[in-house]
Design a protein around this ligand. Structure first.
Ligand code: SF4
Length: 73
């Protein structure tokens, strides 16, 4: 089963928290109100949810890659 990878650049995060709202199993906020990634991989069933969360980030801090290393978001 294809595995997708999430890359997160915390230095870009502005704490908007839309990622947390859309994918709470993957994102949470730390004590400073910045996003923390709870997992860095997911499978096909989560693709819709994860791409929505990544696209929702106003700071473009979240990227998603497929198992070939191709950037999706
Ligand atoms: S949506 Fe982007 S800016 Fe907002 S908390 Fe998540 S990673 Fe940070």
């Amino acid at each position: 089963m294809a595995k997708y990878k999430i890359k997160y650049n915390k230095t870009k995060c502005i704490g908007a928290a839309t990622c947390v709202q859309l994918a709470p199993d993957t994102w949470k906020l730390d004590d400073e109100g910045l996003a923390v990634m709870k997992k860095s991989e997911f499978t096909e069933e989560e693709l819709d949810k994860q791409t929505k969360a990544a696209k929702s980030c106003p700071a473009h801090a979240i990227e998603i890659y497929d198992d070939q290393g191709k950037k999706i978001v």
